[in-house]
Design a protein around this ligand. Sequence first.
Ligand code: MV4
Length: 454
Amino acid sequence: MFRKILVANRGEIALRVILSCKELGIKTVAIFSEADRHALHVRFADEAICIGPPKSADSYLNIPSVISAAELSNADAIHPGYGFLSESAYFAEVCEASRVKFIGPSSAAIRLMGDKARARGEMNRLGLPVLPGSADAVHTDKEAVATAEAIGYPVIIKAVAGGGGRGMRVVNSRSELLASLETAQAEAANAFGVPHCYIEKFIERARHVEFQIMADEYGNAIHLGERECSIQRRHQKLIEEAPSVIMTPELREEIGNRVVNAIKDVGYSNVGTLEFLVDERKNFYFMEMNTRIQVEHPVTELTTGIDLVRDQILIAAGERLPHRQDDVHFRGHAIECRINAEDPVTHKPSPGKITSWHAPGGPGVRIDTAAYAEYVIPPYYDSLIAKLIVHGSTRDEAIRRMDRALDMFVVEGVKTTVPLHRRILRSPEFQKGDIYTKLLEHLQDNRARAVEMA
Ligand code: MV4
């Protein structure tokens, strides 16, 4: 087992990793930027090292600084959390070449899944359905036209290096296709450094349902069921829940088995998430795989009773999978609301001092946060200040529990998304589970923003 883990992250996920380390009896090293001296991850870790100025590129994303901190502190592993370096194949490769273990899959697996077109082709070959579309990136106008004509409009253009929906474009007719492709490629080159894009059939009224998996380094793998993540705004998830209202035990087993077989075939290890687009007839189409622990992992933890971060560490330390598929049982219903510090009208981040703070508690309530009264939210990082997660025996109970927990959540000094969450939870659509979202509006909104920025 590891003696000491460097936590290469900040905020609530850094605390989440530290708490599993504490329970495992593993020492922790925090790294922090000059803007994070008073952050809780610095306080709760056994050691803390300042690795640079506030901007992420100069600190949390600075690979030489992170590796130096690991060597200086004699850490034997690095937990990357989510975001920052968590899906950098290059960073994982640097770790592989040094004597510090990257807590996650191999750099080869990260690289494969980081190419969304290749991942789509590979997973399809291994038995997961994908939407009709180009086999790989489209390289010529002729190829783009032929693909779109073959699958029929509307189609959607996605960046090979994208993920999470950034830089997507819906195309309704041939007349728009080539101009849209050109813009999408230019945007992708600008945002990700790689212009390549692929084309897929566009599905209206889609849901986003994802499967959590876990695999060890000896070819054993299991799934931990699904999460429903269809409530999104500008490709940021707002609310996640488990199980999905559309799921049945039979469907879960069928897709779960396929997912497990596919990840065994690619030799994947550690935790991961396979995202699916689900149409109105409950057809599942593989979209992409995330090779990190995700923001919304707590809803799976509450419905399965499994500590995903603990298991990430055990797996990376070379232990065998600590659960068998038959031992995984799903209990009750969990919902997570992502509470962001932002302006309710402009959606702009609202950093600054939290003057007053009361976090709700009681049966079935969990809060993952690194905020506290008098804490000053720095303007440099994302605006997530807390994840409020509830568990109930039924979806209705979980909704009522979330509503009262939101009611008892006091945050003053900064604006938050608490009122937005209450509106969504109380809407008849959400209560019925009718959560396909106003997709096109959403996408058009996004397109308008892209134009504004250009
Ligand atoms: C799509 C789609 C429709 N058709 N792909 C991908 C990443 C995720 N953030 C949104 N993505 C979508 N990919 C095809 N071929 C629609 C979306 C989508 C979406 C999907 C589920 C729930 C909410 C959504 C909001 C916007 C876009």
